[in-house]
Write a protein that binds this ligand. Sequence first.
Ligand code: SF4
Ligand code: SF4
Length: 623
Amino acid sequence: MMSVIEGSPGEVKLLLGNEAIARGALEAGISVATAYPGTPSTEIVETLAEVGERYGVYVEWSTNEKVALEIAIGASMMGLRALTAMKHVGVNVASDPLMSLGYTGVVGGLVIVTADDPNAHSSQNEQDNRIYGLHSYIPVFEPSSPQEAKDMVRDLYDLSEKYSTAVFLRTTTRLSHSRGEVTLGELRGAGREPRFHRDPERWALLPPYNLVKHREAVNRIKRLEEDLSSFKYNWVEPGDSMVAVVAVGATYAYVKEAVSKLGVKPTIFKLSSTYPVPRGFAVKALSYERLLVVEELEPFVEKELKVIAFEEGMKPEIHGKDLLPRVGELSTALVAQAIAKFLGVPYEPPRTYTPGVELPRRPPVLCAGCGHRSTYYAVKLAAARARVKPVYANDIGCYTLGFYPPFEMADFTWSMGSALGIGMGISKFSKEPVIAFIGDSTFYHAGIPGLINAVYNRIPLVVVVMDNGITAMTGHQPHPGSGFGPAGEPRPVVKIEDIAKAVGVEFVEVVDAYDVPAVRDAVERAIRYVVEKSRPAVVVSRRPCALMELRRKRLSGERVVPYYVDQERCVRCGICVDKFSCPAIVREEDGRVVILPEVCVGCGVCATICPAKAIHPVGGSSG
Ligand code: SF4
Ligand code: SF4
């Protein structure tokens, strides 16, 4: 089937920012694309996975972002063009090789997409990764629309090779996930002959050479600082006064809309090369009497401009974060408000409709039929049986939803793999056991070193791996335990329990997540083992993701049989609705508990936990 990014040059397509980036990479003739899925970056490599085989591109979902970047670096050493994409916090994971990449530079063009998430829509923070560019001597570019993202990615490969440097393409959620018309360009085709560019002095980061390479990195950035003044994605739109607005990357769209709403015409400096800020371009902007810098999150360009103004002895009035928030996403309204203040013109913010009634709060919930729910439920029972009040360490994934009622089983959630790492730090000093929840994908990503540490240092810790066979939270990308690859082709399965045993965990049990008594008993045994032996124990609670199962059943024509509550038998104890909380089970106004057949996926777990045996499959026995 033809992918959305395929088509002839000149054809116009409606593409997501992320799809446009994928197309740009194809047009540039990449040979390799790697990623660990993470919102808002996921669709880039997901799209490339659909077409990779047809265009000779090797595409992989890597176990984590560090590995993804390392594979891209290796391909670049072979003279091939490579792309690696990650969400902003993923760059933290990749930062070790990244910092050295800034020294060595590249052979084949290398684009690192950092998809930042202002407002932390689906992230643990909203860090501004332009600072990584500054830190690693890797230039940063920010497109303002899907069309520009596509074209810029294509051109950045040439720039990357010309200056022998990796480059960052920084996007934000708005750009990654908004659609725009994109005119397709020529596909250059991968077609390069891979050849290892042997150069030990360059690639071996050893003391005699490192200062030389550091100096080269500094010089490279200096050169770019001059040359990027003529970068075609930076431009000036003259206005009618000596005031200017510097629109950085994706904020350009907000600025354009805001000035048109306000009916004002300041000069607009559209800046897409944010690190280094090109000096010639900056000096032109600084020659205006007053400047407003519009950028999301940190005052990155604002500070650079202030430094350049100081060095050049220029004294314009520079505004930025004094008029715009440093926290959260920008919007046309916020930008219009700031420009109005800056220009001293009136502005009436748009009125928002607030309903007169308070809507009920709806915390995010685990899906109907999710194996994580039955696991949480069973672990709670196990802790009660073992008479312990565990510290619940939770990791990053769908199961983070265990934070919310009714489970409230996340005393902390930090970053990938931290349930084990921080959990161990607590466990060393805690009188109560620590139970760490980690998902399958997160286990492969960053859980294994923590587990090895627990074994080696004999740290007591119950690790419950909630294994649903897929990276579910980001949209079902496969991982080493899934048994298939990016294009759905069969792959070997790397089993979590085999890894746990191989690294020396003595207590390893695998249970069916739907079998509440089995999970309860296994976790209870694990708690007792950990308390007695002061060593880690692993329980793998396994069931395929309920959404995947539903899709599989629908595709294979298998019938989904919903469950119902036999009102004659129900004693209205509320266990199924209040303590287990499957979203398919609701309490009616008259107090009856019923199951919504259109939401129920027929997992049957509620039937096993109902003390009155009042829940049955539709059409099944009620006796
Ligand atoms: S658990 Fe069973 S008895 Fe209790 S409310 Fe639900 S259906 Fe009724
Ligand atoms: S069978 Fe019960 S637990 Fe499973 S989805 Fe239906 S209502 Fe929810």
